[in-house]
Design a protein around this ligand. Structure first.
Ligand code: SAM
Length: 289
């Protein structure tokens, strides 16, 4: 386990993931009943963008850095408000030093009745995450293989929940593990809302991944992808995607407003693109730039 999220915190992929996660949390809160967020690969929860590691890559500058500085259209600003308000709250002096990881973001958006279960397997990162939430009765932090939690921690006792699966993709076969993990989790908790993250880069097996997801007997599956640059001559990440199972009925329209704006503000060349489409469920319309 070499991956450390501090090198990537707040990058364009975090922005898409966290903007959508915030929309999912907000939607859950339309009902009074509490819900649980299960965060299977949680990271350390709070990132110092002035740290040596974050400064080394500077990835946040092309992600949250650009978004915070952008002038957003009113509809986009409204959709991003829960997410961006959390970032601003961590930086009360108006700068950008601290960035919330997924467990911290969820927690910042919670009401008293909402709960977090977060898994982190890296011993040092687990300790940091554990310390961050020490004494917080809304959060249960466990040093456990996140893939196992898809069995052991589902369904949540609240019977309502969001499951974020955000593995580091440092080993081969992670796309297959995502598909298998979703299949297992969905059998235990078919009513849950799932959000699975995946990388887009040169030669990524996206077609096979999408087909394997389509082959699962899961009726509602939405995909959102944002690519910020061409993959010509590039080996690293050029974009990222999210598979959202049981999405709020409003999410597709929200994505059609959000994705073009995120693309416009974070594009690194003229090949930047986005799309939101149903893998299973509603009509398979594809909107692409
Ligand atoms: N979800 C976080 C966020 O959005 O702020 C970022 C998570 S980062 C992409 C992936 C994390 O998973 C890393 O912190 C890594 O240490 C951890 N990890 C790797 N393998 C794991 C496993 N099998 N179970 C749980 N955590 C794991």
């Amino acid at each position: 386990m070499n991956y450390r999220h501090i090198y990537h915190a707040g990058n364009f992929a975090d922005v898409l993931k966290h903007a959508v996660l915030a929309r999912l949390v907000v939607y859950m809160q339309k009902k009074d009943a509490g819900f649980r967020v299960l965060d299977t690969h949680a990271g350390v929860g709070l990132y110092d963008l002035s740290s040596e590691e974050a400064q080394k890559t500077g990835e946040w500058q092309d992600g949250i850095g650009k978004l915070l500085a952008a002038e957003l259209a009113p509809q986009v600003a409204e959709l991003l408000e829960p997410y961006l308000a959390a970032v601003r709250e961590l930086n009360p002096d108006g700068g950008l030093r601290f960035y919330p990881g997924s467990p911290k973001l969820s927690r910042m958006l919670f009401r008293t009745q909402d709960r977090l279960s977060a898994m982190e397997l890296h011993p040092e990162d687990y300790l940091k995450l554990h310390r961050l939430f020490e004494g917080d009765h809304h959060a249960r932090i466990t040093e456990l293989d996140g893939w196992l939690s898809l069995g052991a921690h589902l369904p949540p006792k609240e019977k309502r929940g969001i499951v974020l699966v955000d593995p580091p993709f440092e080993e081969d076969g992670e796309y297959d593990r995502l598909v298998d993990g979703l299949a297992r989790a969905y059998r235990r908790f078919p009513g849950g809302t799932y959000c699975l993250w995946y990388p887009i880069k040169k030669n990524a097996p996206l077609k096979e991944f999408h087909e394997a997801l389509q082959a699962l007997d899961i009726p509602k599956m939405l995909c959102a992808e944002l690519t910020v640059r061409s993959d010509r001559g590039m080996t690293g990440l050029t974009g990222s995607g999210l598979v959202i199972v049981n999405p709020p009925f409003t999410l597709k329209d929200e994505l059609h407003a959000l994705l073009p704006a995120l693309k416009d503000h974070m594009a690194q060349d003229r090949y930047a693109s986005h799309r939101a489409f149903w893998l299973r469920g509603e009509t398979k319309t594809v909107k692409q730039d």
